[in-house]
Ligand binder design. Structure first.
Ligand code: NZQ
Ligand code: ZN
Length: 388
């Protein structure tokens, strides 16, 4: 049953090999001063930086550079970006990069004119912005987060050992995003595979909650089938356009609010993964991969009908002559085998986590209430131990 909801997504997506052609008309909608935000330099190596700067110059824009956004962007970097944006009164933030760059651009957009400490206001108290919001546009170069068409922004505070995401409302969504699958061809295999699992996790976080029949879960199953097939192709042949384009579009729809409509959602895998990352700075999708199977095995008895459905509809488990538990468990076995096959990290010890860190990581793990089981702290510790 689908309850009440509003669906509205203001991000204009320009997709495909020629999508950069749309950048000019998008830029024409904004003033002269553009803050060009990017990461650690991959866009300079693969030529995307030159392409973007050429178009910005053709459009007569004044460019304010803000490079060096790190994976898992920090509060310190956020303060730096706010200063550049505010001191120069920029009209648009153009984020060229992956989820970290896009997330950071959104954080700067709501923080530059914020009169309070943005970390406290947005990432601890989860309040919405009341100040002027600088518009954001994205040129996506790495696929996974869905940041190109959502209000999510994840910031890390190393001093407090917290990595926290705020899902902002529609006002904070990027105004436009350029999605050229060919731009992702240079992403290193480790990052590509991590992004693929991030997509899978986004879908599962929304799927493994509730037992009613709704369109959102059927869409999720379709997205998963596309992702599983395309990932296997991309791992063997990273420049396969068909596979990379399917993965890119699946990532966008996995987390642009559509498949959460009319249903409850979980997000505990992300809370566990983010806590691991806060203590290790490990790659986002890999942290999710390393905690997923032990978490899902733990909650499976509480959400058995959905885990059975997942096994049959997504992993094609034959239910004949098997108990519901056997079918559900076989589905997770198949998921694990696929994860190993595409080269995901399956243990948090691979990021340097040791037994004596478990209690602190559990303290950094936020507890969600929408999944099949609201975890206790000792259950979190038990799951994390099983991930070592
Ligand atoms: O920094 P550069 O030099 O650009 O290199 C990046 C980075 O090292 C590299 N890369 C990106 N595009 C490339 C490329 N290398 C070669 N060729 C290209 N075309 O890839 C590395 C990872 O980039 P990053 O942006 O960190 O990856 P991702 O897109 O996975 O973003 C991760 C961040 O997004 C957050 C995560 O927590 C993490 O902080 N998330 C955001 C969400 C959202 N907005 O809704 C939801 C997600 O669950 C996630 O939490
Ligand atoms: Zn994620």
């Amino acid at each position: 049953m689908l309850g009440n909801f509003t669906y509205c997504n203001q991000t204009a997506v320009h997709f495909g090999p020629d999508s950069m052609e749309a950048l000019k008309s998008e830029l024409d909608k904004y003033g002269k001063k553009v803050m060009l935000t990017y990461g650690g330099g991959s866009i300079k190596k693969n030529g995307i930086y030159d392409k973007v700067v050429k178009i910005l110059k053709e459009c007569g824009k004044e460019i304010f550079e803000d490079g060096g956004v790190m994976p898992n962007p920090t509060v310190e970097k956020l303060a730096e970006g706010c200063k550049i944006a505010k001191d120069n009164d920029v009209d648009l933030i153009l984020a060229v990069g992956g989820g970290s760059t896009c997330d950071y651009a959104k954080a700067v957009s709501v923080s530059a004119y914020c009169e309070e400490d943005p970390w406290e206001k947005y990432f601890i108290r989860f309040e919405e912005p009341e100040c002027k919001i600088i518009p954001v546009g994205c040129v996506l170069t790495m696929v996974g987060t869905g940041s190109e068409m959502n209000g999510g922004s994840v910031i890390t505070n190393h001093a407090q050992k917290l990595k926290i995401g705020h899902v902002f409302g529609y006002k904070v969504f990027p105004k436009f995003s350029i999605l050229n699958p060919e731009f992702t061809f240079t992403v290193p295999r480790y990052q590509m595979v991590s992004g693929i699992f991030d997509i899978m996790s986004h879908i599962l976080e929304q799927y493994f909650s509730g037992d009613d029949v709704n369109t959102s879960d059927y869409i999720s199953e379709g997205l998963l089938l596309s992702l599983i097939d395309s990932a296997e192709v991309a791992v063997k042949d990273p420049t396969n356009y068909e596979a990379r384009s399917n993965i890119m579009w699946t990532a966008t729809w996995a987390l642009n609010t559509l498949i959460a409509k009319g249903k409850t959602t979980d997000w505990e895998v992300h809370m566990l993964g983010q806590a691991v990352a806060a203590h290790t700075d490990a790659t986002h999708g890999m942290t999710l991969a390393a905690v997923s199977i032990p978490y899902y095995r733990h909650i499976m008895p509480y959400g058995l009908p959905k885990f059975k459905r997942y096994a049959i509809n997504v992993w094609k488990v034959d239910p004949k002559g098997k108990t519901d538990e056997q079918v559900a468990s076989e589905g997770l076995d198949k998921m694990k085998a696929w994860m190993e096959k595409i080269g995901l990290e399956m243990k948090i010890s691979n990021f340097g986590v040791t037994k004596d860190m478990i209690e602190k990581i559990a303290d950094s793990t936020l507890i969600m209430e929408g999944g099949y089981k609201v975890l206790t702290k000792s259950e979190i510790e038990e799951i994390l131990k099983a991930c070592l």
